[in-house]
Design a protein around this ligand. Structure first.
Ligand code: 6CS
Length: 344
């Protein structure tokens, strides 16, 4: 028989060896992604999980659900709104049916060619932090961050270096209504569909092409069933990090503060991640295929820019007065940031 003091020492030793996570956390937060494991969103969520779990000293456990586990982008947004999950990424490319104002990010030739300018505008924008955040709040969503994931690149069965090349081109778009107008402006035949259906759509030639950042074109294998990648820098892919607003407002102050601190810390981190992923995966695509790379000249880009301008009016028709304000404010912020960057 062990003496009482020895028994106690044995119990204390065993407890010290037990990893912290064998104790139940006070909170379990479910965080759903619109992208697969290994993606930019996954890199964000894994780092978010690490920092939140560490920062809360084990009070919070974050469970990450990659794309495919819970549903399409539209379904994930509904799950957050119903508080079946607490956090998700909600890309403006799909969220436009719920929040028309967010489609400002679906407009072409809005962003600066200088990506560092875009990064700083997205992190500090009044258009986002006030006007858009209010539009999200009205849908019971807390807008925590707008996260850039890289330039959108067209892939297709042809080079797309003029608007004429888009004539009758069946391009898959995300499901926000304004995206259909953005591609109709080039004479294309846009076909909205969920992300999960794009590869088979291309393979079966139900669509001729699609548009996404490089890292996604690689990890979703789209490049395997396409002959050309066209680089026009017409738009950035951005997503939004959202939480259920009722849940977020009900959290203790210290946990709200921790989430806000982590999302601020992750601005630099995720910018570097997307930059690295987009560069390294371009290399991978080049090594693994003979897909042709088409880089537009400034004159070619200008033809697209001109053709895209009327879509801004359509945006205002869909997004109303607040949408107009979001657009004007964002354009002014980008211009001011460009002027500041040029003066450095
Ligand atoms: O094209 C889409 O639908 C998706 N693209 C990316 C890069 N992320 C999520 C989004 O749903």
């Amino acid at each position: 028989m062990l003496k009482k003091s020895k028994k106690w020492m044995l119990a204390a030793g065993l407890a010290a060896l037990m990893p912290l996570n064998t104790f139940a956390a006070d909170y379990t937060w479910r965080f759903a992604l619109e992208e697969i494991q290994g993606s930019v969103q996954d890199a964000y969520a894994q780092e978010f999980k690490r920092r939140v779990e560490e920062g809360s000293q084990g009070r919070v456990e974050v469970q990450v659900y990659p794309y495919g586990a819970l549903g399409t982008s539209a379904q994930l947004t509904e799950l957050v709104q119903n508080q079946a999950i607490q956090f998700a990424f909600a890309s403006p490319g799909h969220l436009g049916a719920v929040i028309p104002e967010v489609q400002v990010f679906s407009l072409h030739f809005i962003f600066s060619d200088n990506n560092a300018v875009n990064k700083s505008v997205l992190a500090n924008s009044q258009a986002i932090n006030q006007l858009l955040a209010q539009a999200y709040a009205e849908k019971n969503l807390e807008l925590l961050s707008i996260v850039p994931e890289g330039w959108m690149v067209w892939t297709g069965d042809r080079a797309l270096n003029t608007p004429e090349a888009f004539k009758d081109f069946k391009i898959r778009t995300m499901t926000s209504p304004l995206l259909v107008e953005a591609y109709r402006a080039y004479g294309a035949n846009p076909t909205p569909m969920p992300y999960s259906e794009v590869y088979s759509g291309l393979q079966l030639k139900q669509i001729d092409g699609q548009v996404n950042p490089i890292f996604a074109i690689e990890e979703m294998s789209f490049y395997e069933v396409q002959t050309h990648m066209t680089f026009a820098r017409q738009a950035q892919f951005v997503t939004s990090l959202v939480a259920n607003k009722t849940f977020f407002d009900g959290l203790p102050q210290d946990l709200q503060k921790l989430v806000k601190q982590v999302r601020t810390e992750l601005v630099d981190h995720i910018y570097d991640v997307q930059h690295d992923f987009n560069q390294s995966r371009l290399q991978k695509i080049k090594e693994n295929s003979d897909i042709k790379m088409v880089e537009l000249t400034e004159a070619e880009r200008e033809a697209f820019r001109k053709a895209s301008l009327d879509v801004r009016q359509t945006y205002v028709e869909q997004a109303g007065q607040r949408g107009q304000e979001v657009l004007n404010t964002l354009l002014a912020e980008i211009k001011a940031a460009e002027t500041k960057a040029a003066a450095r």
